[in-house]
Design a binder for this molecule. Sequence first.
Ligand SMILES: N[C@@H](CCC(=O)N[C@@H](CS)C(=O)NCC(=O)O)C(=O)O
Length: 245
Amino acid sequence: MSQPITVWLTTSDPDSWKVITILEELTVPYKIKPLSLNEVKQAPFTIINPTGSVPAIHDPNTNLTLWQSNSIIQYLITTYDTHHLLTYDTLPETHLLNQYLHFQGSTQGPNFENCGLFSIHHPTHLPSAIAHYTAEVHRTLGALNTILEKRDWLVGEKCTYVDLAFLPWNAQVKTLVPDTAEEAKSYPWVERWQERMEGREAWRRVLKIYTDLLGNDVEKDGPYQSAVTPLRPLKSGTKRSHTIL
Ligand SMILES: N[C@@H](CCC(=O)N[C@@H](CS)C(=O)NCC(=O)O)C(=O)O
C-alpha cells in the first residue's frame, strides 16, 4: 500500500475539493492539511507553493510536490488510475479529456469564482462586474448543456476525471450566481449530469469530509466564510478513509 499523500486546502475552495474527489474515487490514501486563507499567503505554506494558493499536494511515494488543481488531478490519474477507471489512453479521447480540463480550469472555475466574488464578497457593489460574470456563468452552463444534450458524459461512455473536475464548482452555482436557482431550469442536461455525479459514493464521502471540516472552523479569519455552505451536505454515515492533520 502506498503512503498517504498530503493535501493542503482551504475548506471553501472548490478547486481543492476537485482533488479530494479524485482521491476518493481512486481510493488513494491521503491526509488533509486544512489552512486558513491567511496561512495560504505565508510561510511555511509559501515554501510549498510560492504562488500562495491551494490546493497543493506532496506525494511521499514519488517525492513530488505539486500545485494547481488540474495539474494535480492529471498527476493522480497518470500515477494511480492504472486501470483507467476515470480516463482513457486512446485517441481522440486523450485530447478531448485535455480540452475539457482546460475549459474547466480556464472558464468554468474562474468565471464561477469571480461571479461569487462580485455578487457576494466584494466590498463595493459593482453591477457591471456582477452582470459580466453572471453572463459568463450562463455562457458556460449553456455550452455544457448543449454538449450534454447529446451525451451522458463529456468524453466517451463513462464518468471521467474531467466530468468530476466540474462537479464542485457546479455544486456551488446556485449560491454564487444571482437568481440562478430559477434560471438553472434552463440547463436540464447539466442538472441531470450533476445529479449523476452527486449520486456517486465518492462524492458522498467528500461531502462528509467537508462537513466535518466545517465543524473545525479552520477558516474563521477568511473573507470567504459565507460561501462555505452550498456544497449541499448529504446524509452522514460514510466511513472515513483519510486523516486530518
Ligand atoms: N487555478 C488554481 C486556483 C486556485 C485558487 O484560486 N485557490 C484559492 C482557494 S481559496 C486560493 O488559494 N486563493 C488565494 C489567493 O490566490 O489569493 C487551481 O486550480 O489550483
